[in-house]
Design a binder for this molecule. Sequence first.
Ligand SMILES: Cc1cc2nc3c(=O)[nH]c(=O)nc-3n(C[C@H](O)[C@H](O)[C@H](O)COP(=O)(O)OP(=O)(O)OC[C@H]3O[C@@H](n4cnc5c(N)ncnc54)[C@H](O)[C@@H]3O)c2cc1C
Length: 399
Amino acid sequence: MVKSPMVIVGAGLGGIRLAENLRNGGYEGELMLLGAEQHPPYDRPPLSKTVLTGDDERVDLKPADYFTEADIDLQMGARVVAVDPSAHVVSVERDGVTEKLEYGTLVLATGLVARQFPGTDGVSGVHVIRTIEDSLALRADVAAAKNAVVIGAGFIGCEVSASLHKLGVNVTLVEPTPAPLSGPLGAEIGAMVTRLHEEAGVDLRVDVGVDEILTDGGRAVGVALSDGSRVDADVIVVGIGGYPDVDYLQGSGIEIADRSDGGGVACNAVGRTSDPDVYALGDCANWRDVDGHPHRVEHWTHTVDHAALVAAHLLGHEIPHQPVPYFWSDQYGLKFQMLGSPRSDDEVHVVDDDGRKFLAYYSREGLLTGVVGAGRVGKLMKARQFLVTPTPVSTLLDA
Ligand SMILES: Cc1cc2nc3c(=O)[nH]c(=O)nc-3n(C[C@H](O)[C@H](O)[C@H](O)COP(=O)(O)OP(=O)(O)OC[C@H]3O[C@@H](n4cnc5c(N)ncnc54)[C@H](O)[C@@H]3O)c2cc1C
């Protein structure tokens, strides 16, 4: 059960949703939400899409007066630098001053830190994209840019490429695997994503890495690739993933999952960490799934679902049934969607492909594991029901 004062570390999507669920679920005790950023809590998916293209500025997760009305003590600019579970205390740094705050129950929702390209500290023209400041700084920098290199063709690298292309910038997208998104989705879907980028005119370089970011007078001017070629650019975007923001837990005794399992704060199936009064959720949390396997997921819907689950557990309510995993991405005017937990080594069954839009089922040992589509929203959502319980993929293929 939740113990007052309830302290949530991280005022991003997971922290906000948890606070909201606790209040809506009847928790009336003290509720503190500590966020390291200065900007009022905001949503991240638009950062690589509509915020970057300048089509949207409204990304706040809640209206300004929500927190007062819901009696949530939101403190921005407050970074937790240490946790002492035996004393039930967190150390919070604000404007260079550190103070201690007591908690009854503590929830960690601190997200990720974007991985930087090695050796680029202080080099201008090199960007990552995790915060709203990152997105606005990139937008400002590309306003005067002709050529950009995007390093890494994962979901964020692909989205940034599409957004920069929309802004009229010549984009070179560099990816060490044979195709964009082939890591999570396999070669067949990777080939379809390749098609989209190439049709748009993005210069896609695959099977090649970036050896070095080239600079002139402290400003990036291009990249040297591992095949010996060089690509000139005014702006470089580094989209090589992130790692859980959990350094502040050093010395706390709270268990951190092994890197080979995805890293992050190790939790059980209701988000409880190795300390009974400390929970974790969202991108920074590594959950045991129903089969007991550890996994860490960096998806919006996953964070929302787990915030609901942790709140229900803390309030002693019935634990909601975990919905089918869902992820989306927007690229070149198409909505990419993924349902279930497909793996790149699953069998892929492409059932619809018009040269741009497509739909594919994934199966393992004959059972449906996931559905991936682009521009096929209705058809994809219809397949959702078949992922709730184990279903032979033949049921869908023969329909
Ligand atoms: C550019 C971008 C595009 C994305 N697009 C999609 C998409 O299309 N679809 C999708 O499903 N998902 C997408 N995601 C992922 C989605 O946004 C995340 O899964 C979600 O934001 C995770 O929420 P969270 O609360 O765990 O972490 P976050 O939203 O990162 O919030 C964590 C907060 O904790 C704060 N914090 C960290 N350390 C401390 C500390 N020590 N003390 C206090 N505060 C701290 C951070 O400053 C941050 O504000 C995208 C992410 C990014 C960055």
